[in-house]
Design a protein around this ligand. Structure first.
Ligand code: SAM
Ligand code: SF4
Length: 432
């Protein structure tokens, strides 16, 4: 969501005549968008802002702004952490940044209101990307006990279907091939009797070629949505379904509203319906009260389900959340050990899953050159896996194309392969 907000703000600023500076010393305005989900992210943001403050000390005309969740959480308190700040704009006020820049006066501006959501539907569109995020909702009201998001992003607000379709159409007209529908909890989406499965159907009717979405909450994963995933060809075979813990005792304390048996039932339903589904998840270790046996239950679930990939976190107490009131009683060393054990298991599972794809064909949307090897193309398959294609002879530009790739090798994180010539149409590309 932060990446999306940054892109939208970039669009708003470019409409006002701003352009991106190539280095901070050339910038007249420096903006840092922030995350509050874990303490580590906040510590880094403060360090980065204090480091960037030197450009303002060297040139007082430079403006320094902090936006997003941490700005929303700390408000005025941010000015004590980073005295050089000119602007502290919360998660919805950030879209008004150009207006605040025009305000004269010496005192820094702190704006944290949630009342400007009517702006949400008239934000400028981002262009010329082959894969684009499209927010379908903002905020969250699930109040998982560990999570700061409902406090810094406010209650869930859904966009209108017509607005979402308009944005998708606009993106396809500018060459976009894939949209990633995003929200904190996309599958609780509702607009005038239209739910998330209906929305997927509507987006499928546009000229977009691929549809992804995240994040889904297990408590809102309906059979209707599973059927839509299976029936709608443009919807990719990937589901990000955070489990968080394998222990029912911990899931209850987390206020997740499902237990491990519910989760297993959902996994069976979706795997039965959607062929070759890639299933990914989020997991937290060291939540208050997590005993060794609870952690073992998480390991058992991970072993049994075999996720394609997982984001794994050490519990970080967040002031203001319900869990902040619980004793943070798992020692840091134990949290780290559990995290390491979990990562090792997940890595093994991911490698096994990826190796099973060797010899198979993936449809890959090429989005650039590989960071590891600049001569190779990289892209994403329908299952959200990164695929690297070594540069071939007489290489043509594949940027933005969807091509069929035969997988020849794999590690835990990446697939490698070559363009499948015999199965491809003109220029080795898929006509869709
Ligand atoms: N709405 C999404 C969801 O429900 O999965 C994503 C929200 S959150 C930004 C992304 C992930 O961060 C969560 O799924 C959770 O695993 C992790 N997370 C959130 N709060 C955390 C905390 N206090 N400590 C550690 N991990 C946390
Ligand atoms: Fe946080 Fe839970 Fe909402 Fe996700 S669903 S944003 S974890 S409160």
């Amino acid at each position: 969501m932060n990446v999306y907000d940054s892109e939208v703000l970039k669009g708003i600023l470019s409409q006002k005549g701003y352009s991106i500076a190539s280095k901070p010393e050339e910038a007249s305005l420096i903006i840092v968008n922030t995350c509050s989900v874990r303490e580590h992210a906040e510590t880094r943001a403060i360090g980065r802002l204090n480091e960037l403050s030197r450009y303002k000390l060297e040139n007082p005309d430079v403006k320094l702004a902090v936006i997003g969740c941490m700005a929303q959480r700390l408000g005025e308190r941010f000015l004590k952490e980073v005295p050089a700040l000119d602007l502290v704009l919360g998660t919805e006020e950030l879209f008004k940044l150009p207006d605040y820049l025009e305000k004269k006066g010496k005192n820094p501006t702190v704006a944290l209101s949630f009342s400007e959501l009517r702006k949400f539907d008239s934000l400028p569109q981002r262009k010329n990307k082959f894969s684009s995020f499209v927010a379908i909702s903002r905020g969250c009201e699930n109040f998982c006990s560990y999570c700061i998001v409902p406090y810094v992003r406010g209650p869930e607000k859904n966009r209108k279907v017509s607005e979402i379709i308009r944005e998708v159409q606009c993106l396809t007209e500018s060459g976009c091939k894939e949209v990633i529908l995003i929200g904190q909890n996309v599958n609780s989406y509702k607009d005038n009797g239209c739910d998330f499965a209906d929305l997927l159907k509507e987006v499928s009717k546009t000229n977009i070629q691929r549809i992804r979405f995240m994040t889904s909450h297990p408590k809102d994963l309906s059979q209707k949505l599973i059927n839509a995933m299976s029936d709608l060809e443009k919807v990719c075979e990937h589901l990000h379904l955070p489990l968080q813990s394998g222990s029912d005792k911990i899931l209850e304390k987390m206020n997740r509203k499902y237990n491990s048996s519910d989760y297993l039932r959902l996994v069976d339903s979706v795997r039965n319906k959607v062929e070759d589904l890639s299933l990914t998840t989020d997991l937290i270790v060291g939540f208050p009260g997590e005993k060794e046996e609870d952690f073992q239950k998480t390991l058992q679930m991970v072993q049994r389900i075999e996720f394609d990939s997982a984001f794994m976190f050490k519990y970080s107490p967040r002031e203001g959340t319900q869990a902040f009131l619980f004793e943070d009683d798992v020692p840091n060393g134990v949290k780290l050990e559990r995290l390491q054990t979990l990562i090792e298991l997940q890595k093994k599972n991911a490698q096994k899953k990826n190796k099973n794809l060797i010899g198979k064909t993936e449809e890959v949307l090429i989005d650039g050159k590989s960071k590891r090897d600049k001569a190779s193309w990289k892209g994403k398959g329908r299952r959200n896996k990164t695929v690297i294609i070594p540069k071939g002879e007489n290489d043509i530009s594949l940027l933005g194309e969807i091509i069929k790739v035969k997988i020849t090798s794999a590690d835990s994180f990446t697939l490698f392969g070559g363009i499948e010539k015999d199965k491809c149409s003109d220029k080795n590309l898929i006509n869709m």
